[in-house]
Design a protein around this ligand. Structure first.
Ligand code: ACO
Length: 277
């Protein structure tokens, strides 16, 4: 079946890696209500799309996402409370709920400007790879608003509190290398290598058992705000649930290879599933 098409985003494929591209380059991929509805629909579809093994979120042109569209999202909905409520709900739903619960690994591939509200989807992606010269900024302070939605929560969750306070209060922009230093991104690479490095990393993820990867990312997110006792209980139950969901894990294939066959050393690289070798 042909891929869906949208007005404000586009879908690109490289094998089992699906690129969801915010596609309003003339507005630096600022998020209009229409863009929110499009991404919300696409994420629901792609979560069940068998071809998608890794999802990459990126932007067309030289911007990743310039935040909420100040004109279409804020100004033009100011006298339309129903549309404001509807677009606000879609905005939160895809940028946080759908992305954090996406059943396949997600990578933010930050190809340029990343401002304001865009920090929520940046933090919602499991991994972030940025161009060294990308520009990040919590510019809300300049618009008479604070890092709202859940942006302030995202900042304190992802960065050390001193960094969160500094960048939120000053609005000072920073580059991709700094984003790595303060915990917002995994790697910063030269812009001309961004896509290749992202695909290289996606290929590593594709080789891992998809159920283990899914349960691991769910677990890492879930325990973050639990007590140690709750986490121990949760992780025990989660492991049992994983064993029921995946035969390879129930059969302890990896342990057999290490303990009995002595054919695998995890310290030398992740376990590769038999059919992928
Ligand atoms: N909302 C609405 N329109 C925007 C936004 C935005 N967040 N960002 C860019 N645009 C529009 C511009 O108005 C302009 O439109 P026009 O061609 O109709 O005049 C077009 O995109 C291109 O923008 P320029 O400023 O001309 O592009 P440039 O490459 O010089 O600068 C940059 C890009 C740095 C992203 C600049 O546009 C900018 O600072 N934008 C504001 C970013 C921001 O503060 N975002 C946070 C919004 S608040 C929030 O998310 C909660």
């Amino acid at each position: 079946m042909a891929d869906k098409t949208y007005e404000n985003i586009k879908i690109e494929r490289e094998g089992n890696v699906t690129f969801l591209v915010l596609n309003r380059p003339e507005k630096r991929n600022a998020m209009s209500p229409g863009l929110h509805y499009d991404v919300q629909d696409a994420l629901r579809w792609l979560d069940d799309d068998a071809q998608t093994r890794v999802l990459v979120l990126t932007g067309a042109g030289d911007s990743w996402c310039a935040g909420q569209d100040l004109k279409l999202y804020f100004r033009e909905t100011s006298n339309n409370p129903m549309e404001r409520k509807r677009s606000n709900a879609a905005s939160h739903n895809w940028r946080w709920e759908l992305l954090t619960r996406f059943s396949k690994p997600t990578i933010a591939m930050v190809n340029g400007f990343c401002f304001g509200g865009a920090f929520t989807q940046l933090c919602a992606c499991d991994f972030a790879i940025t161009a060294e010269d990308a520009t990040f900024g919590l510019s809300e302070v300049n618009w008479g608003i604070l890092p709202g939605g859940i942006v302030s929560w995202n900042l304190t969750d992802m960065m050390l509190p001193r960094h969160a306070m500094y960048y939120a209060a000053t609005g000072e922009p920073f580059d991709g290398k700094r984003a790595v230093e303060i915990g917002l991104a995994n790697f910063a690479v030269p812009r001309d290598q961004l896509r290749a490095k992202t695909l290289e990393f996606a290929a590593k993820l594709e080789k891992l058992n998809p159920s283990v990867l899914r349960y691991t990312k769910e677990a890492v997110r879930a325990v973050r705000h639990m007590s140690a006792d709750d986490a121990r209980d949760y992780l025990g139950a989660k492991q049992d649930s994983l064993a029921r969901a995946d035969k390879e894990i129930a059969d302890k294939v990896g342990m057999k290879k290490f303990l009995d066959e002595k054919s695998y050393r995890p310290g030398l690289g992740p376990y590769q599933r038999p059919e992928e070798k």
